[in-house]
Design a protein around this ligand. Sequence first.
Ligand code: B12
Ligand code: SF4
Length: 497
Amino acid sequence: MNREKRQDVTFVYPTQAWRQTSVYPPLGISYLISSLKTRGLVSKVIDLAFDEDLTQLAALDREEKGGIYCISFTSAYRSMTRQIVKMIKDADPSSTVIAGGPHPTIMPEDVLAIPGVDVVVGGEGDYLLPEIVKALLSKGDLADIKGIRFKRDGKTITTSEEPKRAIIDLDDLPFPSQESFPIEEYFRQKGFRELSVITSRGCPMQCTFCKPTLDKIFGKKLRFRSAASVVDEIEMVTKKYNLDSFFFADDTFTMDQNRTIDICNEIIKRKIHTFWRCLSTVKLKKETIQIMKRAGCLSVSFGVESGSPEILRNIRKNVSIEDTIKAFKLCKEAGMITWAFLMVGNVGETRQTVEMTKALVRKMRPFGCSVAVTTPLPGTDLYEYAKSKDMLVSEEDIDFDYLFSDSYQNMLKLPDLTREEVLLLKRELEETAAQNAQRWPILMKIACNRLTIKRILRRMMKNPGFIKILFVFLVRSATIKYLNILNPAAGKKTRKN
Ligand code: B12
Ligand code: SF4
């Protein structure tokens, strides 16, 4: 690892905007940039979200040698990462490539086996990455850093299995540096000015299709930022980017409802007039919903998954159908857009269980739905279970490129349903959701709410283009059956390779 000229760090973000249902500058890299910055380390970003032909990598300066490249990726972008690493090493053979994020945390050996990857980091990189970068810049020994894997003389060195966890208080972290990304391009893609903010790390729930992924990244304990810190960040990004809305990227923003209420009160107190969206548990209290609405919550999404109690048990989703119906009812009464995430193809799925999900959809009548075919992500309890029961399509050679929820390549082999039947049931479920979508009464409720009207007018004063955004949203809501309000460009292209 010979470093002659370069003293900076380059983050590479493998993602493709058109493949995703929504797009945001990644908070993980943004936090890492801030951590480096506060320690006097400079970094830049190669964001591939809108660069389908990887032109930025093809244009890497071949004269500059010994760069430090940090790649952050989910399992879905494992194949793209392979290609990226090759391009980096072709341009700069003496560079150091450090891989981190969800997939390297879950499958470190798999990532270290990618030709060209030098260091793999599991878990949170906020404190660890600056240590690694400093060691590389000062020619220190990586072996002294706990919680990493790296290659030396063709051998793998593991300094400890468990990543180091030193972030006790999330409020100690600097705000994420989202300005390093082409933010206006993200806004253009969406059609409105929205960024994400994350207020917690970890999740205490135990869904089989997800756990223990989050435990491995963030540890088992759910940690929260304080309401003051969260709202300081919201205030800062809202002003800086003239945001129309922001998205709480937490897996469950309402896990601790007292804290949700604190954040809402703080937003109201500071007169922040931006709209916002979040993901929530269905065990949502009426008083929480009411204060959320007053604080500008426009839309709430729920991981409903299934209408069958047996499937909910199978996936360890600890909620009742009654709670789900109640949450939708209360949110709609409050004049909020409701969104349901549903699954088909879980362990135990039959035509009858999908009928139960349809029945639930008819009762919930959400504004919109997203239906995913169950995908056993490597490293999850579901994956291990399916492997033990011979339910994986391809155990040996999982096609990571197809780990997207809409790709269906790695769905489970089910005793009662063929692959074609699962796809058909997904379509049927989407059709049921579209037929039962309750949109106009909610839009009318939103339009007749005094506080919402005030907010809209304030937005229009700050961003005259907001009227067009509203108009487009209304027309799309009225005319589009399978609505996607978050990334209108999603799925518009086909895969190239
Ligand atoms: C919000 C979110 C999204 C949003 C926005 C993502 C974005 N642009 O930021 C959207 C909806 C677009 C999305 C899409 C998808 N997501 Co998503 N998403 C999340 C969620 C809930 C929060 C992400 C976040 O901001 N985390 C907070 C930051 C601080 O954490 P972080 O990114 O992990 O980064 C930390 C560490 O990982 C580490 N780190 C990260 N990168 C690097 C790099 C280096 C070099 C180092 C040293 C360390 C390091 O340090 C960071 C700071 O501590 C997570 C779950 C979660 N709570 O993290 C799932 C999660 C990341 N998503 C997941 C999945 C599967 C997807 C999709 C594939 C879904 C799909 N089927 O289409 C796509 C793929 C998107 C992509 N670009 O890869 C999985 C990934 C699992 C896996 N095995 O890879 C997760 C973990 C959910 C889960 N529980 O399974 N997602
Ligand atoms: S799916 Fe969501 S609620 Fe379930 S364990 Fe994962 S993050 Fe938590």
